[in-house]
Ligand binder design. Structure first.
Ligand code: UD1
Ligand code: MG
Length: 455
């Protein structure tokens, strides 16, 4: 049967205490509703409808993809009313899967179970120790006969621990008919989607309650505490996934993954590491504590020492980085290159076995193989208007504290004397020195403080 997914994302989210619409608050570095949209896409449905409302345009513009249909719910009159907004876009012969923008941890397998239930209506349920706040699943002889909202439950019903997760699958034609009959004469004055369950039962349509094994999957996020809980739950699962691939994670509670990570064998990740976007860590690569790595590809046998920030970098095998190194987009290291502490590298290639070990800025630069760049060397790539390139040939030796004023080229095997400011190309296999001569000034006196300034 063709499938339409409807994602409810119009709720006010008042309890988040924020100007940002609830479904845009980040979970694992992406808006929580992005996770729901991704789950929906994995099901390859015929259409994905998102019902938005509060702060609506912000939600809409956060997802410019053409394959989402957006429906504005002007007033938040309840979940049933929200689903109704999208129904003009749903053909009668479709199955409808209702998801919630604030229930982002649900797994693909659970959604498939719901869709494959093969029943008139399938509702995803969970057993909770504390069911307060949730709709209760009322069963009779194993059939779901109704869902009663917390605030409308009798004391007897309130004791039921099986709750509605807000996720359900059903046939569009029936859903439309039932939505048309919803009333709002309940404690909240809302059109409850959940009221269709008793209508289904009355018509003899089977309602199946699919109980989920891991209730944290269907945790609904209403406030910042639940957001933090969901984040931890997500991160624990992500760490578990890496460990199953053989990664040694120093402490799964102190690793944050905000993107997609692929790994070789025997990777080690120390505490406090944050991995964002697409990150690849090659065989036996080790990431030290407190590193933030974004959209980067590290080759095999790399050692990244503590406190490095790498973004848009790629390295070959055997490189050593940090501690306290910063790579900006376009930093490329050939095999066995070394970049040490307090070195910033941007849009530059550092050749095989070359070293930039201390306190440098390397920008818009190509460094050949076996080059040594001395401490405090800076490529002066910006003249206030444009960026210029520096090229350093194989085997060059750049002394400490050198300013390479780009555009400039240092030939292969060249040596640059410490403290030089190089403004012209430096020839190969030659020493270039460009600095003022040292002079000793006889009889020179140090300035002294005036009396009043003395303590
Ligand atoms: C809802 C269910 C409850 C279930 C719980 C699970 C109803 C009536 N109740 O209650 O049985 O146990 O979810 O978390 O369905 N929304 C809109 N427009 C609206 C109202 C809500 O888009 O007018 C969206 C919200 O953004 C949210 C979802 O619908 O994604 C659920 O709404 P919420 O207000 O959180 O419902 P609950 O009271 O939690
Ligand atoms: Mg809710």
């Amino acid at each position: 049967m063709p499938l339409s997914v409807i994602i409810l994302a119009a709720g006010l989210g008042k309890r988040m205490g924020s100007e940002v619409p609830k479904v845009l608050h980040p979970l694992a570095g992406r808006p929580m509703v992005a996770h729901v949209i991704e789950r929906a896409k994995e099901l390859a449905p015929d259409a994905i409808h998102v019902v938005y409302g509060h702060g609506g345009e912000r939600v809409r513009t956060a997802f410019p993809d053409a394959d989402i249909d957006w429906w504005l719910q002007q007033k938040q009159l309840g979940t049933g009313h929200a689903v109704s907004q999208a129904m003009p876009g749903v053909p009668d012969n479709h199955t409808v899967l209702v998801l919630c923008g604030d229930v982002p941890l649900v797994r693909n397998a659970s959604l498939r179970r719901l869709l494959e239930a093969g029943s008139g209506v399938a509702v995803m349920t969970a057993k909770l120790r504390d069911p307060k706040g949730y709709g209760r699943i009322v069963r009779r002889e194993n059939k779901v006969v109704a869902i009663v909202e917390d605030r409308d439950a009798t004391p007897e019903q309130a004791k039921i621990t099986e709750v509605n997760t807000g996720l359900m699958a059903l046939r569009a034609a029936e859903l439309k008919r039932w939505l048309g009959r919803l009333r709002n004469d309940n404690s909240q004055g809302e059109y409850y989607l959940t009221d269709i369950i008793s209508m289904a039962f009355a018509e003899g349509v089977d309602v199946l309650g699919i109980q989920i094994d891991a209730p944290e999957e269907v945790l609904g996020i209403n406030d910042k505490m639940q957001l933090a809980e969901a984040e931890r739950s997500f991160q624990r699962a992500a760490a578990r996934d890496l460990m199953q691939k053989g990664v040694t994670v120093a402490d799964p509670d102190r690793l944050d993954i905000r993107g997609r990570v692929t790994v070789g064998s025997d990777v080690f990740i120390d505490v406090g590491v944050v991995l964002c976007g697409d990150v690849h860590l090659g065989d036996r690569t080790q990431i030290g504590p407190n590193c933030v790595i974004t959209n980067s590809r590290l080759g095999a046998d790399n050692i990244v020492h503590a406190n490095c920030v790498l973004e848009g970098a790629s390295t070959e095998a055997g490189c050593e980085i940090g501690p306290f190194a910063r790579f900006r987009p376009g930093a490329e290291l050939a095999s066995r290159a070394k970049v040490g502490n307090f070195v910033e590298v941007k849009k530059s290639c550092i050749g095989k076995g070359s070293k930039v070990n201390h306190l440098s800025y390397i920008g818009d630069t190509t460094i050949g193989a076996q080059v040594n760049v001395g401490a405090g060397t800076i490529t002066c790539n910006y003249d206030g208007a444009a960026k210029h390139k520096t090229t350093i040939g194989d085997g060059a030796f750049i002394g400490s504290g050198v300013m390479l004023v780009a555009p400039v080229e240092v030939g292969p095997g060249a040596t640059i004397g410490a403290g030089s400011t190089i403004t012209k190309d430096a020839p190969a296999e030659t020493l270039s020195v460009a600095r003022a001569r040292q002079t000793a000034v006889p009889g020179w006196q140090r300035p002294t403080k005036a009396k009043s300034e003395k303590e």
